[in-house]
Design a protein around this ligand. Structure first.
Ligand code: ADP
Length: 487
């Protein structure tokens, strides 16, 4: 039995290698975070599975690279069409597998998956600059050549969304791909592999190996047959991957964690501020970009806190398949316990837990109440560690210098949110923030043409537009002399 029925479709639980399914001798159990339902036994990738996948991707590389952006673009656009036709199926699979809201998957996430593929396919054709420079009569021709096999390692919080940020540009650039999705959320990657087949993507161009990070992931990132490693996940795992990449000098692109500030200025529209603050609980707090440190100006702190409390109290927690639900479960018991550990320690240390503070006993299982910790002691772990759950901290400030120091005072630099009613003042603040993305009076607006990534420990490199191709392609300059021609 190598298939399971999920959301009304058959999903293969084996790796996808060279257009075929490949089983490993061992499996691991996959359950739904919604209610612990058993979903299936998934192939537990080892170095044999990884070797097979990399060999297939290497064999498929020359022909895929030679196709050129236009022909690749046709196939990738077909793939995007198929994703669009299957939005409902993909949304249902993902919600069962990772517990994120079905309504978000239907309306936002899965259409964006199609867009991720389409955008980069079209970008490679229309927008990559093939610059030409003259140097004393010599011509410099810049080209973007395919680089080989891209190893993609992805997390569980937005599985197919984050995978296609990488798959899109890698395939459009002419690389072939081996994807290792997170062990807790393998299912949409398997269904997506079937869609690549139906789209006519040649065998071996796209491969998936399931399994644990320390096994399949480690074997893949240490492989000598890959040309790129793109990883989204935690800082400790990034350090391990950086070590194995160093042995082969494999270029890496890392999008890591965050502990982003959400700054509410004295001049902010406080209704908007409360709306934005409550959005930081999105995806049950399992969002690397979340502004988990709410920094609010002392003069408006009480009024803001009342508005924020009202909005937070209105959040509906429950089954993510119910359209009324705002906050679903955490991904897994291991992760739930980790979040609970942070909150239990904060409680034991006497921090002021304004709301939430523990599991939702009415719902049981993996449902953790949205939590707010007020004025934690500076330096405490709720202000410095990425909790990756529905746990926000709130602090007050009085001066711009103070809030800049607080905002920049962690090892992370992924994102920042600023809510202000004064453009000049807002710019003064954003100019001094260290972060890959800053949202002013908004949150989560993402244009695929724009750079995306983290400063400091939040990452290496940027995704989006040309930045993605900078990484996946081998950028080449050919210098042509005016001399020596026989014509
Ligand atoms: P999280 O703590 O959010 O689960 P991780 O960084 O551990 O984040 O996991 C993100 C991805 O990295 C997953 O696909 C996981 O399997 C993979 N991973 C974990 N450890 C390793 C490793 N040693 N080598 C390669 N990949 C790994």
């Amino acid at each position: 039995m190598h298939t399971i029925e999920v959301a009304g479709v058959e999903i293969d639980t084996r790796h996808y290698v060279n257009g075929q399914r490949l089983a490993s001798p061992e499996t691991y159990t996959n359950t739904s975070p919604i209610d612990g339902t058993f979903l299936g036994e998934i192939s537990r990738g080892d170095s044999d599975a990884v070797d097979a996948a990399v060999a297939a991707a290497r064999a498929a590389f020359p022909a895929w690279a030679a196709l050129g952006p236009k022909k690749r673009g046709e196939l990738l656009n077909k793939l995007a069409d198929l994703v669009e036709e299957n939005v409902e199926t993909l949304a249902n699979i993902e919600t069962l597998d990772n517990g994120a809201l079905l309504r978000s998957h239907l309306r936002g996430v899965m259409p964006r998956v199609a867009m991720n593929i389409r955008f980069f396919a079209d970008y490679a054709i229309n927008d990559l600059h093939h610059d030409v420079f003259e140097t004393r009569g010599h011509t410099n021709n810049v080209s973007w050549d395919p680089s080989g096999v891209a190893a993609l390692i992805t997390p569980w919080n937005a599985p197919l969304m984050l995978a296609t940020w990488k798959i899109g540009p890698a395939l459009a650039a002419g690389d072939t791909v081996v994807l290792k999705p997170a062990e807790w959320t393998p299912l949409t990657a398997s269904y997506f592999a079937d869609l690549t087949k139906r789209a006519g993507i040649p065998d071996g161009v796209f491969n998936v190996v399931f399994g644990y990070g320390s096994e399949a992931g480690a074997a893949l990132t240490a492989h000598t047959g890959i040309s790129r490693i793109s990883f989204t996940g935690s800082v400790p795992t990034a350090k391990i991957i950086a070590h194995s990449a160093a042995d082969n000098l494999t270029p890496v692109s890392f999008e890591l964690g965050g502990k982003s500030p959400c700054i509410i200025m004295a001049d902010a529209d406080l209704d908007l501020a409360a709306e934005i603050a409550v959005e930081q609980y999105d995806n049950a707090g399992q969002v690397c970009l979340s502004g988990t440190r709410i920094l609010v100006h002392e003069s408006i702190a009480d009024v803001f806190a009342d508005k924020f409390r009202e909005k937070a109290a209105a959040l509906v927690q429950g089954d993510p398949r119910d359209p009324a639900t705002d906050i679903g479960p955490q991904i897994h018991q291991v992760h739930f316990d980790r979040i609970k550990g942070f909150v239990d320690r904060a409680t034991a240390e006497g921090h002021d837990i304004v709301w939430g503070g523990g599991p939702n006993e009415e719902l049981g299982g993996l449902y953790f109440r949205p939590t707010l910790v007020k004025n934690p002691t500076p330096g405490s772990e709720v202000l410095t560690s990425e909790i990756f759950g529905p746990v926000l901290a709130m602090q007050t400030f009085t001066t711009d210098d103070e809030v800049i120091a607080m905002a920049n005072g962690t090892e992370f630099g992924l994102a920042a949110v600023v809510v202000s009613g004064d453009r000049v003042h807002a710019k003064r603040i954003t100019d001094q923030l260290v972060a890959g993305t800053i949202w002013v009076n908004c949150f989560f607006v993402r244009d695929l043409r724009a750079p995306f990534g983290g400063s400091k420990k939040s990452g290496i490199g940027r995704d989006g537009g040309t930045w993605s191709f900078d990484f996946y392609a081998d950028v080449k300059n050919t210098v042509i002399s005016p001399n020596g021609w026989k014509e």
